[in-house]
Design a protein around this ligand. Structure first.
Ligand code: PLP
Length: 382
């Protein structure tokens, strides 16, 4: 039986209802034109997406996993190569490296929950070919400049996993634009989500974009000739049309996410038992809050209490970093900060349709939890 939550972690039906008439009109229009595969809607969406991110080209693909796989493949990553990334990410970031026969090398995370740049240089070996920084939770890695500098110094490619960071920037530069390619996800729960799966790659390199366009479409060039081995990783034209419309709403959604994060920060700053997301740091980071991910003392009991009080929460990736999934055979990896995080981490509801009173309710439940616990300790009870 489905629990009757007061606040859901996501509310897809609510988000649909807000713009239902516009979505239905777009769907009717695309279907009535019979424009299903790589149509004008895809070309228009790619153009608008490239402009939004500050890139020259965008290539729509089936999802962000396709985007990562095709980018690494097109960049020539394969057997014998090492690719540096993090374990606090979705399995997709790492599985594509494994699928290409390359070796993922993990760098631990810092307090911003992204790659700890201080540990990056020592992970580089003569076999390293690329760095895949993950711009998690809608925030670009804290010292992205240093990652770019090290990539230059050691002649490494940067392919960003910016699945969670569309619209985020660092020193005025958009997510996805720091290296050869940036990969985005339009999974329904993402900042810009569609009604199914979709993804895209952005790049400034014309030759690379052309290669990606061929690879996503069975190796076809502009005509019907098959010019190389490829795959079918095309974005659906229907999704392109929906996403192109949703892009007009994106900045408003980002503004609301930032407002919600501000409210959580303010409401939750009174307890010393939480580590909240990094504060705005003098303007160098513009965070878009794909998630509001915090660290909490006594996490498991907090989660239980939130659940009892009708607040649905999520643990990232179901509660495990990639190297902690036993079946993946990465058990020898030692990442102390990532390990610590996964004992404490929890994600609170974060989507533009959340009301102020819902946010206050969630924060109130959390403050109550710690208030009760602190007074119980003080009186020696429990
Ligand atoms: C950081 C990260 N990388 C990659 C992906 C994979 O994206 P997709 O589901 O579009 O393949 C996701 C999606 O959850 C993600 O959050």
């Amino acid at each position: 039986m489905m629990k009757n939550y007061k606040v859901r972690y996501f509310d897809y039906p609510l988000q649909f209802r807000v713009h239902e008439a516009e979505y239905m009109e777009i769907i009717r229009d695309v279907l009535s034109r019979g424009a299903y595969i790589l149509g004008d809607d895809t070309r228009r969406f790619e153009k608008n997406l490239a402009a939004f991110t500050g890139s020259k080209y965008a290539v729509g693909v089936g999802n962000c996993t396709d985007a990562l796989l095709l980018s690494l493949y097109a960049a020539g990553i394969g057997a014998g190569d090492e690719v540096i990334t993090v374990s606090h990410t979705f399995a997709a970031t790492v599985e594509v490296i494994k699928f290409l026969g390359a070796t993922p090398v993990f760098v631990d995370i810092a307090d911003d929950h992204n790659m700890d740049v201080r540990l990056l240089e020592s992970a580089i070996t003569p076999k390293t070919k690329a760095i895949v920084p993950v711009q998690l939770n809608g925030r670009i890695c804290t010292d992205m400049d240093k990652i770019v500098d090290l990539a230059k110094k050691y002649n490494l490619l940067i392919i960003e996993d910016s699945a969670q960071a569309l619209g985020a920037s660092y020193r005025g530069k958009g997510a996805g634009t720091f290296g050869l390619a940036g990969c985005f996800s339009f999974y329904p729960a993402k900042l810009l989500g569609t009604f199914g799966d979709a993804g895209a790659i952005v790049t400034d390199d014309e030759g690379f974009a052309e290669k990606l366009m061929m690879l996503r479409n069975h190796g076809r060039g502009k005509g019907t000739d098959i010019e190389r081995w490829g795959l079918n990783c095309r974005i659906d034209n229907l999704h392109s049309a929906i996403l192109d419309y949703k892009m007009t709403l994106l900045q408003g959604w980002i503004n609301r996410r930032r407002e919600i994060a501000g409210m959580y920060n303010e409401e939750l700053s009174g307890t010393g038992e939480l580590r909240l997301p990094p504060p705005a740091d003098g303007g160098s980071h513009y965070d878009v809050f794909q998630n509001y991910e915090i660290e909490a003392e006594d996490r498991d009991n907090l989660v239980k209490y939130l659940n009892e009080m009708g607040v649905e929460i999520l643990l990232p990736w179901g509660g495990k970093a990639v190297h902690q999934f036993e079946a993946l055979g990465l058990g020898g990896v030692n990442l102390p900060r990532t390990g610590e995080l996964f004992r404490k981490v929890v994600m609170l509801p974060m989507y533009p349709e959340l009301s102020d009173s819902q946010i206050r309710y969630i924060a109130g439940v959390i403050n109550d939890f710690y208030g009760v616990r602190v007074s119980a300790v003080k009186t020696g009870a429990g």
